[in-house]
Write a protein that binds this ligand. Structure first.
Ligand SMILES: [Zn+2]
Length: 161
């Protein structure tokens, strides 16, 4: 069973692209961690949070029926984002009991790899738009894949300028 690491050297490693089928196996490992009773508050987990190096995260997102469901994101990239931002108060499983305030976009568009329709083996990329709390989770997890978390994000923004 995989474990969540608090080792910042591992958490700050950037993740690499992964083959779709390997990505699905990693997503299953991540899900097994999040389904442990002690993590019942979890809403997202990225591969480097369990010491991995692949570009995969899972996120518990709203469905049209109003319930929340775990979804898998393989090789995700944010391709567009709102100009408007706001400050979000976030916790992180890699930093227990150490929440922080970070800047988030109101909505984002995410390109990621999914199983191709009508094809057992193939995969293809789709782009989806997320807003509200779902968009926060996606931005938080995409940051993780780039080695960014709620306690080093300000550094990232300074470096951007
Ligand atoms: Zn986190």
């Amino acid at each position: 069973m995989s474990k969540i690491t608090t080792n910042t050297d591992l958490i700050e490693r950037k993740c690499d692209d992964v083959y779709y089928t390997e990505g699905m196996k990693i997503a299953y490992k991540l899900l097994m961690v999040c389904l442990m009773p002690k993590y019942q508050q979890a809403v997202g987990l990225a591969h480097n949070q369990i010491g991995g190096t692949k570009s995969v995260f899972i996120a518990k997102l709203e469905t049209i029926t109003g319930t929340n469901k775990w979804q898998t994101f393989i090789n995700p990239t944010i391709t567009d984002k709102s100009k408007n931002t706001y400050i979000s108060d976030e916790g992180c499983m890699s930093f227990p009991n150490k929440p922080n305030k970070v800047k988030r976009h109101n909505w984002i568009e995410l390109r990621h790899q999914v199983k191709a329709r009508n094809d057992v083996k193939g995969s293809s990329f789709i782009t989806e738009r997320f807003e509200g709390f779902d968009a926060i989770i996606i931005q938080h997890e995409c940051d993780h894949l780039n080695g960014i978390h709620i306690h080093n994000k300000e550094k990232e923004e300074v470096n951007d300028k």
